[in-house]
Design a protein around this ligand. Sequence first.
Ligand code: Z5A
Length: 207
Amino acid sequence: MFISFEGPEGSGKTTQARRLAETLTTEGHEVILVYEPGGTSIGKAIRGLLLSPEEAPNERTEALLFAAARAQLVEEVIRPSLSRGAIVISDRFSDSTIAYQVGGRGLPREMVERLTAFATAGIKPDLTFLLDVETTTGFARKRQTTPDRMERADLDFHERVRNAYLQLAKSEPERIVRLDATRPAPELAQQILELVRAKLSREPAGT
Ligand code: Z5A
């Protein structure tokens, strides 16, 4: 099973992805936890380019770099892990590109969807948790860290990102579960775990 965590800045994706991975591992599942952009040596190098405040990729270059990192992650880690029956948890995946590069940057959706389909070769999460939080709340949570290039974008950009996520959740309610990310982390973790267990119990073994 392939699970992704999505959401704006500081929404708690990493916290929840890690907690879920730990719990499922304790319960005896093989769990592979990855993050985007990154998760492979090529992906990490691309991450450096994408998030460095010293770089200024244009919008199409940015979309292509995210797609390149994803293509490598899919072929090197995600596909083989899913093939042997592991649960893959990804801290961000393709929905981030729709939210940031289409919603935030304004690139044409159809082209970005085609690019994403090329990068993933059709791999899509079975279940996605959208941790939804007001942009200002997410920013406040991250105030102690130095902002990377994406985080330096203005508030309007991040509002458009959030709205794009909300639209995605509305358009794919079977896959994307929107959660109120202002709730306490342990409460969210419990709800996520219950939803994953329910999904696992409906899936044939080994998928
Ligand atoms: N990006 C893109 O544009 N296109 C793409 O296709 C992809 C990505 C894949 C990656 O940044 C950037 O790339 C990202 C989108 C863009 N940029 N922006 N802007 P990243 O990987 O460095 O960071 P991130 O994915 O944006 O995550 P994050 O903002 O660092 O945070 P988070 O993972 O959502 O949250 P966290 O680290 O779990 O928690 C943040 C803080 O909140 C921390 O102090 C926690 O203790 C606290 N927290 C967590 N949960 C709670 C709750 N429930 N209540 C209160 N406080 C909480």
